[in-house]
Design a binder for this molecule. Sequence first.
Ligand code: IMO
Ligand code: MG
Length: 409
Amino acid sequence: MNVVIIGAQWGDEGKGKIVDYLAEDAKYVVRYSGGPNAGHTIVVDGKQFALHQVPSGILYKDKTVFLGSGMVIDPEALFDELKMLKDNGIDWEGRVFISDRAQLILPKYRTMDKERDAQRKRPIGTTGRGMGIAYAEKAHRDGVRLADLDWAEKMAEFDGEDLEYINRYKDQLLSMRVDLVAKMHEFKKDNILFEGAQGAMLDIDSGTYPYVSSGTSCAAGACTGSGIGPHEIDRILGVFKAYQTRVGNGPMPTEFNEADESESELCRYVRDTGREYGVTTGRARRCGYLDLVALRYACRFNSMDGLVLTHLDIYDTMDQIEACVAYEIDGKIVTDFPSNVDMLNKAKPVLEKFDGWKTSLKEIKKYSKLPKNARKYIEFIEAFTETPVSIVSVGYERNETFIRKNPWK
Ligand code: IMO
Ligand code: MG
């Protein structure tokens, strides 16, 4: 069976935690997009792991993980990450493989990425990891893939620092290479979990372009970024937080207005309680009300079978919760997510109010045990997005999670 996990917002939804949680029932985990721009956090027995390129199933000893064809891989950062795992007692050798169709990031791409963003009239606020350059080189047909490393004619195109860099990692990379199309076919009868990076709203085609990342982070990317066709996908789950965050620039209609005293206080509370600081760059994340207009849009273009709600516990002490159900743009009410950045920048959120539950959710292990007001909030989200909430997370630890509908069954 094949289950795809994607971010349903602008990234940082808790995908790492959920992939780790669902990986227990999988044999293989495939990361299908992005690269070192991702930051997936997993907490097990108080110990925190921050993964960037290695798929989140790695913490289980019996899982084999793959870095997919849709990824752009920074070898230096990857081997640092693998070393960090080893230093922390995670034996990964023989369990981490890379698609021979995956592209490589050269060190100069990082510099080019930062320079280009600094020169932009409207900077995107990239992570500076060379992502956009690597994907652009790929689209230019000038990129370098793992499969090219022992293609002499291609290698003859490199010299100096680039060649020295490639040669430094070549043997290690080639020892981990696989034909992922063949592997996916071979594993047809097994449970495979596909791990998305970034989020639906950062997808190059359907996100808030140009304020997006450069990979295919939507659910369809699980096919193009691994080597299976759309018929092979059994379930698609989208992870979202009980509120909204965004890092970097670009429109965010429900962002808390820090000039307003009560919203600025709320912003500080959500950012600190939700630990909303970037895992990759350390930047403070922009925070706001849950944007149901954007979430419904993400559900639609990803054919989501279910949603995974994370950080619900952040609201435990609040009297009232608000979520956005429409935008007001130039005096008109808009309920479909606009593609025009100007419209999104002008959008004012129309908010629906919900009563808080004023109790800790930390120990809850079953949907029926949630306070009535928490269930009301969830049921409203389900009705609005026309998508069931299948899994709920109420804390950082692996076991602070409960399932309503198991995607593997
Ligand atoms: P995970 O997988 C949140 C954002 C960057 C920037 C934009 C483009 O942890 O959810 P890039 O370096 O990719 O060209 O930057 O995309 N961004 C993310 N935001 N979570 C992520 O990944 C992100 N990956 C990229 O902040 O606004
Ligand atoms: Mg992140």
